[in-house]
Design a protein around this ligand. Structure first.
Ligand code: GTP
Ligand code: SPV
Ligand code: MN
Length: 590
């Protein structure tokens, strides 16, 4: 219920809310309790305010369209800052600002930014209720869209205040859309204060502070200190026809296939397999008493890429967003439903594009923004794992790194050992996507898919990964995949999506010491005969090309990795650079 009563006796929380309200000067303060009645009232308010457009209740029950400011459609990496006490702690891959300067600079923008608006106090937990993994956050926001989205994406409201109690520690998140001016937009993280200040954007990872800001940037600093891992990884459960249940965690950069992989539907040949989603974006992993690495998904919902999602590529996502979902920057059909590029069927007539203008295919622009997204609770997912909410998490058998690489990187590669796996993750490259503002399609290093999400120095992060080996008596095996390799004519060599099951099966078999492989200078790859390729619809020669290792191309790849490693400065673990050199020598001898 909307109430002016303050539903907590936590003095630190009450004082902080008062202090932030004195700065931002909202007209009203509303404490969110996360109840269904509250969500209903806030949604009605959002519709009345024009923040949401109600979709056709027959086609898309309980669902709403949101159009963001056209200048505010993706994460902004240049404006994302780690405000640790020293620049060295943020490291060479992060933007850094001195903490007092950042508080001053953003404070000036926050000052009076909520005049005439409501400040929502949004308590939430990241992680299952009752889990030792779980962290509490409070987000103060003047965006009703953000408050409602946090209700879908996290366990929000009373559950968090209950967990916090009268004196527990919590992440202090302050968010205001302010005037949504890109020149006054900043996403600042203060790991030493467990604080996030985000201003000038209402979009996804910039504004839903539990997600990338807390669960990755801030959590990664805790993870390093406390000996665990906070990673940009999906978590997938796979039960074989024999009933063996196994788990993989996969780190692919933004818009490179995590949600799709997390909801994979096996092809008919593998119909005896049961695949279930644990998480689609973030994994927190700790060493369990049994010596294995256990993972939880700290989120409660999915903020997924809409374009390209259809009944063939990701039927489970289509079913997940069939109702009770928000859609941001997609197109609107004449009968009040949503549409995006790549959806099933013919292009509907009389579409309204993501900016709210009439659209036809002749207009030469996309109807849905390439980074348009759905927001939906995981409880909608028809293939949700029974363990998605388990406070203990799930034990990981294989870690998979993957990027979007048109050339060089084979369909799948197994590392020789943990250290080599860390090397593969640390040198991962991927073509940039629409998930972040800036140029799309240029290859950049995105180690462990964490370049935009690490809260501290990159070299120290690699050392932390290396150090984890000694802490995990029964470590997962480490693999690398690339669904995106292209032939000379520019088409994908591997059909991807449900066919990725064939690669997953090899990965699971290898992790169990079963399937065969070819030992190459850069790692183990399957021969065609090691993969189950029966009934695969692929052009002759394509799979062999997707699997192939082009040693001259790998020589160039390893040589360019030298610049990347050099750019990381003195904290780069020496063993990684020597690994790179020995791999180069290995290639030249072979
Ligand atoms: P974020 O939410 O930004 O972290 O993205 P994500 O990693 O979850 O990516 P997602 O699964 O949403 O996929 C992004 C894009 O990649 C979509 O357009 C998909 O259609 C496409 N994609 C996913 N899997 C495959 C695949 O196996 N092959 C090909 N060719 N495309 C894929
Ligand atoms: C990503 O960019 O990796 C996302 C979307 O998952 S956002 O929440 O905007 O970060
Ligand atoms: Mn992501």
């Amino acid at each position: 219920m909307l109430t002016q009563e303050r539903p907590t006796t936590h003095r630190g929380l009450l004082q902080w809310v008062d202090e932030m309200a004195r700065m931002c000067k909202p007209d009203r303060i509303v404490w969110c309790d996360g109840s269904a009645e509250e969500a209903k009232l806030l949604t009605q308010q959002a519709v009345a305010d024009g923040v949401f457009e109600t979709l056709n209740p027959e086609k898309r029950p309980d669902s709403y369209l949101h159009r963001s400011n056209p200048n505010d459609v993706a994460r902004v990496e240049e404006l994302t800052v780690i405000c640790s006490p020293t620049k060295e702690e943020a490291g060479p891959t992060n933007n850094w600002m001195a903490p007092d300067e950042a508080y001053r600079k953003l404070g000036a923008i926050f000052d009076g930014s909520m005049k005439g608006r409501t400040m929502y106090v949004v308590p939430y937990i990241m992680g299952p209720a009752g889990s030792p993994f779980t962290k509490v956050g409070i987000e103060l926001t003047d965006s009703i869209y953000v408050a409602l989205s946090m209700g879908k994406m996290s366990r929000m409201g009373k559950v968090a205040l209950d967990r916090l109690g009268a004196g527990g520690d919590f992440n202090k998140g302050l968010h205001s859309v302010a005037d949504c001016d890109p020149k006054r937009r900043w996403i600042c993280h203060f790991p030493q204060d467990n604080t996030i200040w985000s201003v000038g954007s209402g979009y996804g990872g910039n504004a839903l502070l539990g997600k990338k800001c807390l669960a990755l940037r801030i959590a990664s600093t805790y993870a390093r200190r406390e000996g665990w891992l906070a990673e940009h990884m999906m978590i997938l459960e796979a039960t074989s026809p024999e009933g063996e249940r196994r788990y993989v965690a996969a780190a692919f950069p933004s818009a490179c296939g995590k949600t799709n992989f997390a909801m994979l539907v096996p092809p008919p040949l593998f119909s005896g397999w049961k695949l279930r989603t644990v998480g689609d974006d973030i994994a927190w992993m700790r060493v369990g008493e049994d010596g294995r690495l256990w993972a939880v998904n700290p989120e409660f919902g999915y903020f997924g890429v809409a374009p390209g999602t259809n009944m063939k590529t990701n039927p489970n996502a289509m079913r997940t967003v069939a109702s009770n979902s928000f859609f941001t920057n997609v197109a609107l059909t004449a009968d009040g439903d949503v549409w995006w590029e790549g959806m099933d069927g013919p292009i509907p007539e009389d579409l309204i594009d993501w900016k709210g203008n009439p659209w036809t295919p002749a207009s030469g622009e996309k109807a849905a923004h390439p980074n348009s997204r759905f927001t939906t609770p995981m409880s909608n997912n028809p293939v949700l794992s029974a363990f998605a909410d388990d406070p203990r998490g799930v034990p990981i058998d294989a870690i998979i790194f993957g990027g979007r690489r048109a050339t060089t990187v084979p369909l799948v590669l197994q590392s020789f050992d943990w250290k080599h796996g860390v090397y593969l993750g640390s040198t991962m490259g991927s073509e940039t996507t629409a998930a972040a503002a800036g140029q799309v399609g240029v290859v950049r290093r995105d180690p462990m898919a964490m370049l935009p999400f690490l809260g501290y120095d990159m070299g120290s992060y690699f050392q932390h990964w290396l150090d984890m080996e000694a802490r995990i008596p029964r470590p997962p095996k480490i693999f690398m995949v690339n669904w995106f390799r292209k032939g000379a004519d520019g088409r994908f060599l591997w059909p991807g999506f449900s066919e990725n099951m064939r690669v997953l099966k090899w990965i699971l078999d290898r992790s169990a010491g079963k399937a065969g492989a070819n030992e190459t200078p850069i790692g183990y790859t399957p021969r065609e005969s090691d993969l189950d390729l029966r009934e695969l619809d692929a052009r002759k020669g394509d799979v062999a090309e997707a699997l192939s290792i082009d040693l001259p191309a790998w020589t160039r790849e390893l040589e360019t990795q030298a610049d990347w490693y050099r750019s990381l400065g003195g904290t780069l673990p020496a063993s990684l650079e020597s690994r790179r050199q020995s791999l180069l020598e290995h290639i030249s001898r072979s």
